[in-house]
Design a protein around this ligand. Sequence first.
Ligand SMILES: [Zn+2]
Length: 356
Amino acid sequence: MLMNLSDFLLELLRQPGVSGAEIQTRDFLVPWWQPLADELLVSPIGTLTAWRRGTAPPPRQRILFAAHLDTIGMMVSQVEGEFLHMAPIGGLDPRVLPGQPVTVWAKEAPLPGLLVAPPDRLLPPENRGKPVPLSHLLIDLGLTARQVARRVRIGDRVTFAQPPQMFGQETIVGPGLDNRASIAALTLALEALQGRTHTWDAYFAATVQEEENLGGAKTIAYELRPHVAVAVDVSFATGPGVGEDKGVPLGEGVLLGFGPNIHPKVHQAMKAVADRLEIPYTIDYLPTHSGTDAMALQIAAAGAATMVLSIPLRYMHTPVEMVSLKDIRRAGRLLAEFVVALDEQDETWPSWEDEA
Ligand SMILES: [Zn+2]
């Protein structure tokens, strides 16, 4: 079954999956990835990996693609009568939180709630007229204190309940597109590789805990020891406050990372494939770290030659992230063709000494 990209993503975005609580989302992904892989692997901390075997005689070269499955969110930190206090998981923007619908993933059943702020004039003087810090926000479940005490536990995860939706044919909006847009790209790449052969072993990993500690990427790279590892993530698209110097236009192509977190040979090779396929791209200059799973992929075990492929996204780390499906399709196609293009590389590729 070939997936319908928007239907698949809308359903994927409805799954919870705050860092450290990704099991439900992984279970959603399994039936999609199972028929596209020779084998599915689940790591001790929960990363799901689809393995497509290469055709070269073993020991084969290995490439790993990593897209994080987890999202930002919150955790209940205190129950106070009818209301809940919460702590952030990942980077949250307090300016956009008051009034947001949320889901509290209580043990018995998920509960709908609202993030609410106290009246401005009742805040401590230093907080008035400013975004309310997370420590002063509360969750209202519309339940009595007794009902809340019975159902909610400290540690319950909280996700944004803003419903994902399509704006027109090609633009999707919703919480968690960072980084489920890239999970969709990996799924498209797996589909595109059906019926094709490649000499390298190709691993497609939905990593856990990226928003907190890059733990999924670090451990799967340690386990699989890839020669080449590519983080697939989102990056800033142009929009309010993000000019052409800081982002790239939505729907006009992918970003190819370049900098110390990127192996120059892998960068060049991916760029050559994009050129051949006429996939539009912008070079994403990353002079420090990349802020992605590639940071962990590069230095796990003895290290791997890394690359970062990014999909432009607006309103990062808010409940209304926005991505163009066109860019997701481009990323998926580029990844699949990159695997096949590796056939032309010999087993010494790539080493830093190779750098042209
Ligand atoms: Zn991300």
